[in-house]
Design a protein around this ligand. Structure first.
Ligand code: MG
Length: 434
């Protein structure tokens, strides 16, 4: 009997994180971390389900959920095996839907909805294969990985032939790097000390704890008030010492000139990179900032809407670190394209994480990159934020500042049923009592 995809169900899940200022930065003072969550169901023989989500920060999560529902006809009623065997084709069908495409194209709510669906299908495929997603991807033949990517708009920077060459070059070391990952994990860095809403004592305490936990890089939110930033950078640098990298993150707060001036004011504290200094759409602005603030480096990506903008950021030398996001571009397939682009340009990928469930997802992409694409850990770190992991069935595990390689089958995207029930918005018990 051939299994069929029988349903696509969505859930508006919100966590009241604004209550304790976790996640606060210069542009987002009071986020309620949320997931527009999707479950793709199948029937016999195994009744497995694929789980995925788009991450939002509260209001609008209902719109995001509705956008995911709009994709239902692309999956429901289809045979499971044939669908999962050619996710490259399905990706193209979803992204190039001639009517839904008008809502982007390839950006924003609709693109994030596709991300949720595509990632849920990859979760399902990995569960059926009995492997964690990073391992499933890293064991695919190079030709099959290339087939996952839509090269439309990319071929002036990366052709299918070049992508194949990158993957073939990495092939001989796959086994050794897989073993090394299973043994040592993948380096992370800590964002939790530096939320803008925390007072100086809490900042110092959390910096100290991050170093004690084995992290060699932390990140501070900046951009609201220069004198505050100078004071907070001084405290952080004093606590962590000269050997720990301190990245700063402005969350798009500045115009180009202001970014340059502000970063120069903080240069004496030796910031490692400045993240999202200005609008994520301003490719040339990032390039101007990068030239002006060197040797401080520019990083961006969590709000970069698609592979085309990443291509331009790389072509113009605007970024030294590429911060892909697991759920903003259209899921695994587009992120495979972005990893290949980064490898072509020799730019390290240091993914955006945190939010709800983004650490869980993105670890798989970085580990796949290490085993099968870039083959390198040099200057590569995955963001780590220590909240909301308890809502996941297979949460990330950290050891000495490193992500432990997940071994459970799937994409680590499955949320606990109790959490789905408790935080359902607006009728779940956690919202009704507020
Ligand atoms: Mg950021």
């Amino acid at each position: 009997m051939t299994a069929t995809i029988t349903g696509l169900r969505t859930f508006d899940i919100r966590f009241p994180t604004s209550a304790d200022l976790a996640g606060s930065d210069a542009m987002n003072p009071d986020p309620d971390y949320s997931a527009a969550y999707v479950v793709i169901e199948t029937d016999a023989p195994d009744f497995l389900a694929g789980h995925g989500f788009a991450f939002t920060i509260g209001r609008g999560n209902d719109i995001q959920t509705t956008a995911i529902d709009a994709l239902s006809s692309y999956v429901v009623g289809r045979p499971v095996d044939a669908t999962l065997a050619d996710l490259g084709e399905l990706w193209k069908a979803l992204v190039h839907d001639s009517q839904l495409r008008w809502l982007g194209p390839e950006k924003g709510v609709m693109h994030m909805a596709i991300s949720a669906v595509v990632n849920a299908l990859w979760d399902l495929r990995a569960k059926r294969a009995g492997k964690p997603l990073w391992r499933l991807l890293a064991e695919l033949p190079p030709e099959e990985i290339v087939e996952l990517v839509d090269f439309r708009y990319l071929t002036d920077a990366l052709t299918p032939g070049e992508a194949l060459e990158i993957l073939r070059r990495a092939e001989p070391g796959r086994v050794a790097r897989t073993e090394s990952l299973l043994r040592n994990g993948y380096p992370g860095y800590a964002t939790s000390p530096g939320w803008l809403g925390y007072d100086d004592d809490k900042l110092a305490r959390l910096c100290e704890r991050a170093v004690a936990d084995g992290f060699t890089q932390i990140k501070l939110k900046v951009g609201a008030d220069l004198e505050d930033d100078r004071r907070r950078m001084r405290i952080a640098r004093k606590v962590v010492g000269p050997g720990v990298r301190i990245a700063i993150d402005a969350n798009q707060r500045w115009d180009v000139g202001a970014a340059i001036a502000w970063v120069r004011e903080l240069a004496e504290f030796d910031p490692w990179w400045v993240e999202e200094p200005t609008s994520p759409d301003d490719v040339l602005g990032h390039a101007t900032i990068a030239r002006a603030i060197a040797p401080v480096k520019v990083a961006t990506g969590e709000h970069v809407q698609n592979r085309v903008v990443f291509k331009q950021l790389l072509q113009t030398g605007a970024i030294s670190y590429l911060q892909l996001d697991a759920a903003r571009v259209a899921g695994v397939n587009e992120n495979v394209a972005i990893l290949l682009l980064a490898a072509k340009f020799g730019v390290p990928v240091c993914p955006h994480a945190g939010g709800v469930g983004l650490c869980e997802l993105v670890q798989h992409l970085s580990m796949f990159d290490y085993v099968a694409v870039s083959g390198s850990l040099e200057n590569r770190v995955i963001e780590y934020v220590d909240h909301l992991h308890e809502h996941f069935v297979d949460p990330v595990t950290m050891r000495c500042g490193n992500y432990v390689a997940p071994v459970a089958p799937g994409f680590s995207a499955t949320m606990r049923q109790e959490s789905l029930d408790a935080y359902a918005y607006p009728d779940g018990p956690m919202w009704r009592v507020r």
